[in-house]
Ligand binder design. Structure first.
Ligand code: ADP
Ligand code: ZN
Length: 206
């Protein structure tokens, strides 16, 4: 089964992906995460991507294609795609290569999105995502799972967030419009609790 999760920054795509990975054993592909991994390892792709990511810009398609192709080729038994496609070119690229079984849109208003992103913290070591408002770690700034330090992502500052949200409305909304016309598209209210959202997703998958 191949699943695409769409939604504005902070709508909970990553968190829902983790839950689906656990339940269905799908491979979670997150282009943002893959870029950050490349930045950390100082690869060629990472060096290129960093300058765009820091500003809240999209990384040019050719690099997004490179990173996502590699990941998709090792997910033959099904994937959850999170953060791709973000524009129509990326959508064409994906649909040319893969059948998509379900598309979920996590719907959230801009204001709540910004509030959530500013409260987002990520484990430096294992990359698990927390939220200091409603998904707190047991000990402040410490990862429940691995004890790693929780940090704010470098691009989670107000300026870069607003830029990304603007890109979402400008580019990714066109992708949503396209998928919306298909019968395998489901829109979900992302202001609901994590467990209600995941139940809704699971009910549509089963
Ligand atoms: P967010 O959803 O909060 O923007 P992500 O982790 O999904 O966070 O993405 C972080 C950054 O990685 C984006 O701002 C963008 O620069 C880059 N990126 C992620 N996915 C793509 C993509 N499909 N195409 C181009 N750039 C991407
Ligand atoms: Zn951790």
């Amino acid at each position: 089964m191949n699943v695409v999760l769409l939604g504005i920054q902070g709508s909970g795509k990553g968190t829902q992906s983790d839950l689906l990975v656990e339940k269905y054993g799908l491979v979670h592909i997150t282009t943002g995460g893959l870029f950050r991994q490349n930045i950390k390892q100082e690869t060629r792709l990472g060096k290129i991507a960093k300058s765009f990511i820091d500003k809240g810009e999209l990384v040019p398609d050719e690099y997004a294609f490179e990173i996502v192709s590699k990941a998709l080729s090792s997910a033959k038994d099904g994937f959850i795609l999170d953060g791709f496609p973000r524009n129509l070119e990326q959508t064409k690229f994906l649909l040319n290569k893969f059948e998509i079984d379900k598309v979920f849109l996590l719907e959230l208003d801009d204001e709540t999105a910004i509030e959530r992103i500013l409260a987002r913290r990520q484990c430096k070591k294992c990359k698990k995502v927390y939220n200091i408002l409603f998904q707190k770690p047991k000990v402040k700034n410490v990862c429940d799972i691995c004890g790693g330090e929780l940090i704010l992502r470098e691009d989670d500052n107000k300026k870069a967030i607003c830029k990304r949200i603007e890109k979402f409305h400008h580019e990714t909304e066109k992708v949503i419009k396209l998928f919306k016309e298909q019968s395998n598209f489901f829109s979900i209210n992302a202001t609901q609790s994590l467990s209600v959202i995941s139940k809704e997703i699971i009910s549509k998958i089963n």
